[in-house]
Design a protein around this ligand. Structure first.
Ligand SMILES: C[S@@+](CC[C@H](N)C(=O)[O-])C[C@H]1O[C@@H](n2cnc3c(N)ncnc32)[C@H](O)[C@@H]1O
Length: 232
């Protein structure tokens, strides 16, 4: 079997795990955000993002180690899903820290609440373009497997800039390469078809225009890691 064919077969298999083969998109264009929420509501009902696979868990731990999160940190997790990373973040910031975990999908938020996370975690149903907190609240914002799904990326980045403290940090991370993520979304199609993790040049432009500086970008076969700092 050719490598290309093998790659396509793997994508289709993962799309099934992602809960998308069983849940074809039927929403009409026009309200992109509610279509995205409806899509992930179905994923939540199927338990798609409840747990990490053993391989993903190793990568997630390594990514978190690189973030150097400390007890007492105040974090926002954009698109927390069912809370599998939120739980790890809560352990790292400890009882004196805070994790504000939010998601646009009401069913994901419900699933996250059912996890019974400790009191340093606050969970909200909200969009990345309208985060219900004041200015300068967070030391860091983490987008784990989420950034491509923001339909208005400049608006989301402007909102992250508003809620981060002066030298706060934005992390955009994935447990796969950019090419893999983009291929997966285009193979799933429907509302996800245009959910792209932009290339370096485009991200640099988006970050610059919204007041961030790119600090590092690692695009590896098993992970994607972007760190940007907020300018004042
Ligand atoms: C692929 S899932 C990842 C969930 C979680 N970060 C994880 O890795 O388990 C993407 C999540 O982003 C959420 N999402 C998409 N667009 C959003 C937006 N504009 N604001 C907040 N959350 C959003 C979805 O509802 C979904 O739960």
């Amino acid at each position: 079997m050719s490598r290309k064919r093998l790659f396509l077969l793997m994508l289709v298999a993962v799309a099934g795990i992602y809960g998308c083969v069983k849940t074809p998109m039927t929403e009409k264009p026009g309200n992109q955000s509610s279509a995205v929420a409806a899509y992930f509501d179905r994923c939540a009902d199927e338990g798609v993002f409840d747990q990490f696979s053993p391989e993903e868990l190793i990568v997630a731990k390594e990514i978190l180690a690189q973030m150097n999160i400390r007890p007492g940190d105040k974090l926002a997790e954009a698109g927390c899903g069912a809370g599998r990373l939120t739980e790890m973040l809560a352990g790292l910031v400890g009882p004196e820290g805070k994790v504000f975990a939010f998601d646009i999908s009401p069913r994901m938020v419900e699933r996250c609440r059912q996890r019974g996370l400790p009191s340093q975690v606050e969970i909200a149903c909200a969009s990345a373009i309208d985060i219900p907190v004041g200015r300068g609240e967070f030391d860091a914002i983490i987008c784990h497997n989420t950034f491509p799904h923001f339909d208005d990326k400049p608006a989301a980045l402007r909102e992250f800039h508003r809620v981060l403290r002066d030298d706060g940090v934005l992390w955009i991370v994935h447990s796969r390469s950019r090419e893999w993520v983009n291929s997966l979304h285009s193979s799933i199609g429907g509302v996800l078809a245009t959910h792209v993790l932009p290339d370096r040049a485009e991200l640099e432009r988006l970050l610059r225009e919204t007041g961030f500086s790119l600090e590092l970008l690692h695009d590896l076969p098993d992970r994607y890691l972007l760190k940007a700092t907020r300018g004042s």
